[in-house]
Design a protein around this ligand. Sequence first.
Ligand SMILES: Cc1cc2nc3c(=O)[nH]c(=O)nc-3n(C[C@H](O)[C@H](O)[C@H](O)COP(=O)(O)OP(=O)(O)OC[C@H]3O[C@@H](n4cnc5c(N)ncnc54)[C@H](O)[C@@H]3O)c2cc1C
Length: 437
Amino acid sequence: MRVRDRIHTDQLPPSYYAATSNYPDGFRRIEGNERAEVCVVGGGYSGVATALALAEKGVDVALVEQNSIGWGASGRNGGQILGGFGPELGEVDGYAKIFGPAADTMWQAGVECVDIVRRNVEKYAIDCDLTWGYFDAAMNKGHMKDLIETKSALEGRGFPHALELVIDENISSVVGSSQFVGGLINNGWGHCHPLNLVRGEATAAAGLGVKIYEDARVSKLEYQGDSVVVDMDWGRVTADKVVLACNAYLGNLVPKLANRMLPVGSYIIATEPLSDDLAAEILPGNHAVCDQRWALDYFRLSADKRMLFGGVATYLGLHPKDLVKKMRPKMLKVFPQLKDARIDYHWGGYLSVGLNRIPQIGRLDERTYFAQAYAGHGVAASHGAGQMIAEAITGDDRRLAMIEAVKHRPFPGGRLLRKPALVAGMAIERLKDFAGF
Ligand SMILES: Cc1cc2nc3c(=O)[nH]c(=O)nc-3n(C[C@H](O)[C@H](O)[C@H](O)COP(=O)(O)OP(=O)(O)OC[C@H]3O[C@@H](n4cnc5c(N)ncnc54)[C@H](O)[C@@H]3O)c2cc1C
């Protein structure tokens, strides 16, 4: 089932990213039958990072994407590059609780997934405006207390990048907004042009021999003998293994995976380029910023100094009728200085979230691998997922076995009732935000 609605067409959304893509040429359509050792379904970070990691290990890979590379969340997101798998990295106890004896390995994987992005960009000279510097912004004393604890937990655990607390009057050196009382700078995380990242990685993968096909919607998987036949409108790929990297856009292809995650809408507006003075006033250090609420605002400057402001979470496929009308007041609440800035672009997309908010990475059987449900923190984590899947396919499944041991329950009531169940849960979280818990 294709997702088609107000924010999803066959084309890339009319985003700032699509307008500034360095990769206007797409990949060809599949026609006829192909053979590959591994067929990856889905051309976002999960699929492309897996394909690239496999190709680097000499595996023969075909990657099929129903629209174009980066059409999904990977070409639409806020571009904020954060580490971690599930719990925040500062929640060291959270890792122990979820992963048990594998906690250290998974915590380390949560640090290293950012390094994979860094390495790919450097190794393949991907022009995607990669910038280091991230800021967790506190709106109240409670948030600030949590961030102080986060800093000492990260440092105690050996986090390898510089962290810096910013308190009270110093806040204007990072964010020019009266909404925040302080926060935590993390110099190991940052931001990038997300569509150019995924398309740059796909181009690198193609350079290593990955056969990439666009306009290749998989409608069926058929298991024949030792092979999987991946069926599309214009052709098919017969492979030894298949990797399902469709995330929120999986539809009904594999109900067992679809039942365990829910598509959540998130939306972004982009202003016109700001003057140097205004840009330096609102984000002097050019950090990517997230606030600490459950339904958070996230924002940053683009390379040409536009404010990219994202937020809002919708759970029933009900996108705001007028995205600018919904998002602009939120931006002006944080930055009243932008009252005269024209909005040049607005768009949205689906991320996916599971009940326990831990990424779902593993195997359905010995031939079928999957990665999905990064709960809004997928830019780096999807790269970690790709690495673990590639390791497992090439014979070392230790890390994949650790993360796939986490159980993911289906949403109560299956596909029909999963949305109301989650909406109820999220309403409670929003109330907590509102009450400042
Ligand atoms: C508006 C927005 C803002 C976000 N901001 C951030 C952020 O700042 N930082 C962060 O870390 N995360 C962010 N996220 C989340 C992040 O973008 C995702 O977690 C990540 O991109 C997931 O990558 P993916 O490859 O798993 O999925 P996707 O990028 O969604 O890719 C899945 C692909 O599978 C394809 N597909 C689906 N079904 C089929 C089929 N049957 N046949 C062929 N192809 C198929 C789709 O067309 C799609 O291209 C945001 C998400 C959104 C929507």
